[in-house]
Design a protein around this ligand. Structure first.
Ligand code: PMV
Length: 319
């Protein structure tokens, strides 16, 4: 019996992943870019060898669906594994479009593999974490990360790739939380709905590599306007595939829209602040760290909570 605790931070996509070319393996139809964020964290303790399988999430026994997902993930590590106890906690809302599944599966991959005594090379863990939640493959590393779509049918070449560490660039992501309700449609169902029904889906896929190339250059050049432009383009192309799905999928709430217009008004006034949204109603804003307080103050009237988050570090073992 071995017990290991690991932590990981969520990451927010700068160029988005939306759509799968292989459902069980979580192989993406598109490449993506992300920023790992400090401030929010998942902390997961795995006991490899327990009386029976247990999964506690945020202090209570997890629901059957979440537990089944975690135990199936442990089966990927070792189909003949012993019963395991997994205790996981997020210090931010779970399942509300704040990338909790990304930090969750990155922390779980690291804690469980270490507890089993496996090789914990981050690239190998990234391939593993991807199978729990696609975006989790980017949370093994800190800072700016690329996820190449890969070509192999088994997914060995579909993993995160660190581009630049958290100290590369003093930017912040200001997160406006407008609702903490659990999202009504999960990302896998949303992606499949878009793939099967949105007339915009093929264009979305066709343009993704170009957006990643522009975004990567902007990260290396520390060009905030360039990165912001392509991040907003990727964000609203992705949401357009949701809005044009049948039935339509709309994660935005009135408060989300109020936040977007607030940021665009700041930008019209000369501040370099750029919006993004994921599979939830929260609005995230990329800006210089020196401007984060100004952005946060402007968003506060429309939000339940506003967080100013800097680039974060990699997943790591804490005990
Ligand atoms: O990793 P998943 O299955 O939770 O999908 C994440 C999808 C988005 O957050 C909307 C975009 C992204 O690239 O993170």
């Amino acid at each position: 019996m071995t017990t290991v605790t690991a932590t990981a931070h969520p990451n927010i996509a700068l160029v988005k992943y939306w759509g799968k070319r292989d459902l069980p393996l979580n192989l993406p139809a598109v490449p993506s870019l992300s920023l790992t964020l400090d401030g929010f964290e998942t902390r997961t303790t795995v006991t490899w060898g327990a009386d029976h399988d247990v999964f506690e999430l945020d202090g209570v026994p997890a629901d059957a669906k979440a537990a089944a997902k975690v135990f199936a993930f442990l089966d990927l590590i070792d189909p003949k594994r012993p019963p395991c106890k997994v205790v996981s906690a997020n210090d931010f809302p779970t399942g509300a479009g704040l990338a909790s599944s990304a930090s969750a599966f990155a922390a779980l991959a690291l804690a469980a593999s270490t507890a089993r005594g496996d090789d914990v090379d981050p690239t190998r863990l990234s391939v593993l974490a991807r199978q729990g939640s696609g975006s989790a493959c980017r949370s093994l590393w800190g800072g700016f990360v690329e996820w190449r779509a890969g070509e192999h049918p088994d997914g060995v070449d579909s993993h995160g790739l660190p581009l630049a560490g958290p100290d590369h660039w003093d930017v912040s992501m200001v997160v406006a939380v407008v609702s903490t309700a659990h999202k009504p449609v999960g990302s896998t169902d949303g992606m499949e709905r878009a793939r099967l029904t949105s007339p915009l889906y093929d264009t979305w896929v066709a343009q993704a590599q170009g957006d990643v190339d522009v975004g990567r250059d902007a990260i290396f050049a520390r060009d905030l306007d360039g990165l912001g432009r392509v991040m907003e383009a990727s964000t609203y192309k992705m949401h357009a595939t949701m809005h044009t799905s049948a039935p339509p999928l709309m994660y935005w709430q009135p408060a989300s829209l109020a936040c977007l217009h607030t940021v665009w008004a700041l930008r019209a006034g000369g501040l370099s602040a750029w919006t993004t949204m994921d599979a939830g109603p929260q609005v995230k804003v990329l800006c210089r760290s020196a401007d984060a307080a100004t952005v946060a103050d402007a968003l506060r009237p429309h939000a339940m909570a506003v967080h100013m988050l800097r680039p974060g570090g990699p997943a790591r073992i804490v005990s």
